[in-house]
Structures are given as structure tokens and as C-alpha cells.
Write a protein that binds this ligand. Structure first.
Ligand code: SAM
Length: 273
């Protein structure tokens, strides 16, 4: 099949849409020219910015990566087969910012597009209020679940080693995953969100993905303790439970002693009031 040239298709579309859409429409709205491999090329949206979130007809979101002369390239935040050529796309005016301490993981984000470099900082999340981010409406984050990754053992470690996945986030002394003491971890983790408070708009929501953990046979209600610690700054709105029922339990002790299931994650939802 002949290679699609977005510039040529853009020119044809521009002619077809002339008279149907005003220049103002084309500033805010686009039409999908091509979709595949998790990427869409879009005609229109002439005012869109790199890093901006965009919304497709069916509600699927994307992030704009490249601004070409004739078209816009965006990565889809979901399956490519939910978007078709000719679908309409809208700007949202929302741009994502972030921080990651480990240069290796920071690079994964930047590799997608070097323009992310100015939005995604390789640094400590506790300094989030010093990175010059604008006022934020929504934040989603997943901090280390205390030091559980450092304690990877048994089949979990074997599977990760086999897939050449890390079993420790980093050796960095600012890495929240390297804090040994539980209370210190909760305080340190909460400090990130307290620092974030000032750059959030009033009414902004934050979602924290976290999990209760077990260490040396003892159960630690990490998600609940973090929610409690933060409820002096934020209003706790809800918890959503992210079920992990595809992961097998290791029911040691069953049926003679209680076997806890700590595989599910919590999505804590808090609001700046
Ligand atoms: C559970 S992972 C989440 C990774 C990724 N954000 C995601 O949701 O897929 C926790 C991440 O926090 C990072 N991290 C640990 N301490 C940090 C700190 N003080 N500042 C910024 N990032 C930190 C780790 O390197 C790790 O990538």
C-alpha cells in the first residue's frame, strides 16, 4: 500500500473543509488524517501546544507531541482501534507537567519527545513548587510503596530479573523508596503533596495511587495513613480500589492462619478546598 503523506492529505482536507469550517473552528478542532501504532496525525487545531491533552470523538485522550507545518502528531492514551480517520479531535487547553527522580525513567518520558524536557523535570518531587510549573487543575501520581521494591524476593524478583526489570528504583538518598522507617516514609511522602498544594488551583483534585503493605509479617495500612496525614491539608473525597485479581496469592498458612490479600491498590482522591 502507498505510504500516506500527511502533507498531501492535509492539503486535500484543507480544500474540502474550506467553506465548511471557519478559521476559528480549525484553531480549536482537528480531523484525524492517519492513525496507527498508538499515534494519530491530525489536520487542524492550529493553536494547539506541544504537550497539550486532546480529546477524540469517543472520549479517548491523546497528548500532542509534534507540531508540523501541515499536521499535528499525537500519542493516543488508549487503543489505536478506537480512533478512525476522519474523526474529530478537540483541544482541551490542558498541558501535563511532571517530575521523576531517576534519570533512567525520566529518559523514558523524554525519549517519546524531547519537547517533554521542559515539562517533565528530572528532580525531586519535594521541590515541585520550585520548578516554575503553572497552576495545576489535576494531579495523578504513584509514589513508591515505601521500600517494597527493595524487598523484592522469591518469584516476584525472579520474574522481574528475567524480564530485566529493576528491583530497586535507585540508590538515591532522596528516593522515597529508600526510606526504611515507616513513619518517616509517610511524613516524607506527604511532604510532596503539601509542597504541591501551593501550585494547585482551588478546587483541584489529586489522585494518589498507593497500596497497603506487609513488612516482616506485619501489616501497614500505608494508603490509609497517607490519606489521614494529608487530610489536614486536603479534603479526602473518595477511594477507588484497583483490583489486581490476575495476580496469584501466596496463601502461606491457609487454612490455619489468616492470609491477607494486599495486592489491590487504592486510588486516593483528594481536593484542594
Ligand atoms: C510506583 S513508581 C511510579 C512510576 C510512574 N510515575 C508511574 O506511575 O508509572 C514510583 C516512582 O517514584 C520515583 N521517585 C522516588 N522518589 C522520588 C522523588 N523524591 N522525587 C521524584 N520521583 C521519585 C521512582 O523513581 C519511581 O519511578
Amino acid at each position: 500500500m502507498a505510504e500516506v503523506n500527511p502533507a498531501e492529505v492535509s492539503a486535500i482536507l484543507r480544500d474540502q473543509l474550506a467553506g465548511v469550517k471557519t478559521a476559528a473552528d480549525l484553531e480549536e478542532v482537528g480531523t484525524v488524517l492517519y492513525v496507527g501504532d498508538g499515534i494519530a496525525r491530525i489536520y487542524g487545531m492550529s493553536q494547539v501546544q506541544s504537550g497539550e491533552l486532546i480529546e477524540f470523538d469517543n472520549g479517548l485522550m491523546g497528548i500532542v507531541l509534534n507540531l508540523e507545518e501541515d499536521n499535528v502528531g499525537a500519542v493516543l492514551l488508549g487503543s489505536s482501534n478506537k480512533v478512525r480517520e476522519g474523526d474529530t479531535v478537540k483541544r482541551t487547553g490542558r498541558i501535563a507537567y511532571g517530575t521523576e527522580l531517576n534519570p533512567k525513567y525520566h529518559n523514558i518520558a523524554i525519549r517519546r519527545d524531547e519537547k517533554f524536557e521542559k515539562n517533565i523535570i528530572n528532580g525531586d518531587a519535594k521541590l515541585i513548587d520550585t520548578y516554575g510549573f503553572p497552576q495545576i487543575d489535576f494531579s495523578i501520581s504513584s509514589p513508591p510503596y515505601w521500600d517494597i521494591l527493595n524487598r523484592s524476593t522469591g518469584s516476584f524478583k525472579k520474574v522481574r530479573d528475567k524480564k530485566q526489570l529493576d528491583t530497586k528504583y535507585s540508590e538515591h538518598n532522596l528516593d522515597l523508596g529508600n526510606i526504611d522507617d515507616y513513619d518517616e516514609f509517610i511524613k516524607s511522602c506527604a511532604e510532596v503533596y503539601v509542597k504541591m498544594y501551593d501550585i494547585l488551583r482551588v478546587g483541584a483534585h489529586i489522585v494518589i495511587i498507593i497500596k497497603n503493605v506487609k513488612k516482616d509479617g506485619k501489616f501497614y495500612p500505608l494508603a490509609w495513613d497517607l490519606a489521614k496525614e494529608l487530610s489536614s491539608s486536603y479534603e479526602l473525597k473518595d477511594e477507588k480500589i484497583w483490583i489486581q485479581d490476575k495476580i496469584g496469592l501466596a496463601p502461606y498458612g491457609y487454612p490455619f492462619s489468616w492470609t491477607s490479600n494486599i495486592l489491590h491498590h487504592y486510588c486516593l482522591i483528594l481536593k484542594k478546598v
